[in-house]
Write a protein that binds this ligand. Structure first.
Ligand code: AHR
Length: 322
């Protein structure tokens, strides 16, 4: 496979160089299959750790050599990681972008090197759509719509909602907001009374909600919509600190369908979590194999989502992988 000879050497040389500017590339075990570079946003959160673990396991099962670059949440590290994969002679690059903008230049370099790019989980906003072949991931817009629909059904269409948004400029934050807001357009009794960033981070979400409660009081909202489960956990803490009863006085709805969320639903503190599944290794590598075999692939491969609430959370818990 292309760059095989150079790849071990460059992993040592360039891997070290990239680590020096904050990124970290794990070379993975030596395998004689195609070389796949996977640029991941970060690997500290359990959702992303599950995604990486599943992709690594699938690569091993199918005989691919996978190198994972952990950008520690920073786009500039992702960009240098992509350049490093080009220098290492990757056969294909998988990119999970932090934010949607700012990719045109580096993706053009990757394309000029003849390396196909597959987006995983999140999307990019580029002038030239041919800079990537396809995108494998959940439909974030639909997730937002499902969350709003659940609140509408539970409240009879009457709710004052606080929204806690994910990282600014990221696909899930943009589309989970858009899907939710669009559903509300036909719901005159439902309104977002406040919307604050929580950056997919439990502490940031807790602090944002604590501040809102302090400034506007307890009786100003009926539901919290958090763009992911981690932020919902922070929101639950904030509600408890304020002496409120999450899950009962105030509805709490979020996205991911993680094990923690399902447990919180069973305990009654969280009401609903729309699944956004990071276990995408099988669909990702089906797509990669087709591309490397020269076959046509669809522009979008959508991972299905389910809705969890008190009717099904308990039975779903044992099989949960994240
Ligand atoms: O891109 C997917 C989102 O990113 C997940 O919902 C979230 O948990 C992660 O930070």
């Amino acid at each position: 496979m292309k760059g095989k000879f150079l790849s071990l050497l460059s992993a040592l040389v360039l891997g070290a160089a990239v680590t020096g500017c904050g990124d970290a590339i794990s070379p993975g075990p030596a395998v004689d299959g195609p070389l796949i570079g996977f640029s991941q946003i970060e690997t500290a959160s359990s959702w992303r750790a599950a995604m990486v673990e599943d992709i690594e396991a699938e690569a091993r099962r199918r005989g691919f050599e996978l190198r994972v670059s952990d950008a520690q949440g920073r786009q500039e590290y992702q960009i240098s990681g992509l350049r490093s994969f080009v220098a290492q002679g990757a056969d294909l690059i998988v990119l999970t972008p932090t934010v949607e903008s700012g990719w045109d230049e580096v993706l053009q370099e990757v394309k000029d090197a003849g390396i196909p790019v597959v987006l995983a989980d999140r999307l990019v906003d580029v002038e030239d759509d041919s800079l990537y072949v396809t995108a494998v991931g959940s439909d974030f817009h639909e997730e937002g719509r499902l969350a709003a629909e659940w609140i509408a059904e539970r409240t009879g269409g009457e709710a004052r909602i606080i929204e806690l948004r994910g990282s600014e400029g990221s696909t899930p934050a943009l589309l989970r907001n858009a899907g939710f807001v669009e559903f509300l357009e036909d719901q005159p009794g439902m309104e977002i009374v406040a919307s604050e960033p929580g950056y997919f981070n439990p502490s940031a979400a807790r602090e944002a909600l604590e501040e809102l409660i302090e400034n506007f009081g307890e009786d100003t909202f009926d539901a919290v919509y958090a763009h992911n489960d981690s932020m919902a956990m922070g929101a639950i803490e904030a509600l408890r600190t304020a002496g409120m009863n999450p899950g009962r006085d105030i509805l709490v709805v979020s996205i991911d369908g993680s094990r923690d969320a399902l447990e919180a639903i069973v305990q009654g503190a969280l009401n609903c979590s729309v699944e956004s599944n990071p276990v995408i290794g099988a669909q990702l590598f089906d797509t990669i194999e087709s591309i490397l075999a020269g076959e046509d692939v669809p522009r979008r491969v959508v991972i299905e989502s389910r809705v969890f609430d008190e009717t099904n959370a308990l039975e779903a818990l044992p099989g949960r992988r994240y």
